[in-house]
Write a protein that binds this ligand. Structure first.
Ligand code: HEM
Length: 414
């Protein structure tokens, strides 16, 4: 792992402060009792924390002196390059939804009642291990890991925990969602034994969906507003019966992809991040769109409904609350190195024309030129034009006239 690599990094601890505090410890180390006494002094106890960090660096990195520079959990330059590679991946695979789900399922195991890392779960990269990928709630996420692995292999200075969150955040933004106030520097767990036990993620069809959502998300330290806002991520993606057991095998919106065809989406334009998830659940107008019991609960429970109604009306309010909640979710349980995290800022080409995943959403695609010509020919054959559509009752009028004429003829005949 790259945690203690000597690779160049823009975020190096100033060696002066480290070495000077460390030298002080070495001169003091002859007297363990005075050390203990100093350790407990609130004014300087933080220096001992630094000492521990320096000692760890020496033993793990094999550097000759405690003042040797150290990279943090992830390297900022590599994070930025990885983000560009993720954008390329999104352009070619349309995998925005599954990458978001991967990041959420790594973070969503967090238990605020457990203090120790990594037992508390959360965004620590544990979802890369087979034992956790095999949890029922994670069915299909191995595909997301496979997509990201080449990027991980290319950037040894990016932890899995960061890569999962970077991928999810980039996917939201690239699908037209809000800019997320993310930070990086998450430390990875190192072995499968550090994975959380199964059962920490929500179930889509529990006996009492609203109570269940509260039980699971309150355990993560999230509130009703955050539950509703985060559920809005279902504006993207599909559910597949062969993975979660929920949804139809295919619908008019998913049968042609993009990406692997099939599944049932919550919205018609399921690669476009907007507030249509809330609008569509509220209107319940299309049998081809999915509403899980936990989605329906957002409009049934009085406290959830306040937010769900608001987001259905006001996309800006949804984007603001979603951005805050997503960033909070992505930090749950994470151990940051450096402790304050690393902010990588905007892409250099942020101003350039954005890839809009929405353009590729099924069910709303532009007609091909050949199809337009075919439609025009059909219209012209019956004397109309696609630019000036026929009156809807055109044929009905003709039939009525014929019927009236036939009736009159028969009267005259009598
Ligand atoms: C509120 C409780 C939640 C439940 C019960 C739930 C349940 C589900 C289920 C059953 C699927 C279908 C998986 C499949 O068959 O492949 C799914 C997909 C998805 N979920 Fe959730 N989810 C919840 C919350 C969230 C949150 C908080 C996020 C993100 C912030 C999220 C993001 C997604 C995305 C993007 C997909 C689509 C994945 C794809 O198309 O491959 N979900 N969810």
């Amino acid at each position: 792992m790259a945690l203690f690599s000597g690779a160049a990094s823009a975020r190096i601890i100033p060696s002066v402060s480290l070495s000077s505090s460390s030298r002080a410890f070495f001169s003091l180390s002859s007297s363990s009792s005075s050390l203990e006494c100093l350790r407990s002094s609130p004014r300087i106890s933080h220096l001992f924390l630094n000492q521990r960090r320096a000692e760890v660096r020496v033993s793990s990195g094999g550097y000759g002196t405690v003042s040797a520079p150290k990279s943090f959990a992830s390297d900022p330059d590599q994070l930025k390059s990885a983000r560009e590679d993720i954008k390329e991946l999104l352009r070619s695979k349309f995998c925005h939804p599954i990458l978001i789900r991967l990041g959420w399922h790594d973070a969503g195991t967090y238990n605020k009642n457990i203090e120790e890392w990594p037992q508390r779960g959360g965004a620590n990269g544990s979802l890369r291990f087979e034992v956790e990928l095999k949890h029922a709630a994670n069915a299909g996420l191995v595909n997301a890991l496979k997509l990201l692995q080449p990027i991980k292999d290319k950037y040894s200075g990016v932890t899995y925990a960061d890569l999962f969150q970077l991928a999810g955040a980039t996917a939201v933004e690239e699908a037209g969602g809000p800019k997320l106030p993310m930070k990086y520097g998450r430390v990875d767990v190192s072995e499968p034994e550090q994975c959380p036990e199964e059962g920490r993620l929500p179930d889509a069809g529990p006996p009492s969906p609203a109570d269940h959502l509260r039980q699971v998300f309150y355990r993560m330290g999230l509130n009703d507003k955050e539950i509703v806002a985060l559920s809005g991520a279902h504006t993207l993606g599909r559910s597949r019966p062969d993975r979660s057991g929920w949804g139809k095998p295919e619908t008019k919106y998913t049968k042609d992809g993009p990406g692997a065809p099939g599944g049932q989406s919550w919205t018609a334009q399921w690669l476009k991040f907007d507030n249509s998830y809330f609008k569509d659940i509220k209107e319940k107008k299309d049998e081809d769109l999915l509403v899980l019991p936990t989605d329906a609960a957002l409009f049934e429970d009085p406290s959830f409904r306040v937010y769900a109604e608001k987001y259905a009306e006001d996309q800006e309010a949804f984007f603001k609350d979603y951005a805050e909640a997503h960033a909070k979710l992505s930090n749950l349980g994470a151990k940051f190195d450096p402790p304050e995290g690393i902010v990588i800022g905007d892409s250099p080409n942020a101003g350039a024309e954005k890839f809009v995943a929405a353009k590729y959403s099924s069910g709303k695609r532009e007609l091909s030129d050949a199809m337009k010509q075919k439609i025009r020919a059909e219209y012209e054959a019956i004397g109309g034009s696609p630019d000036k559509p026929l009156q809807s009752n055109y044929f009905l009028n003709i039939i009525i006239i014929i019927a009236v004429l036939a009736f009159l003829t028969s009267l005259l005949g009598n």
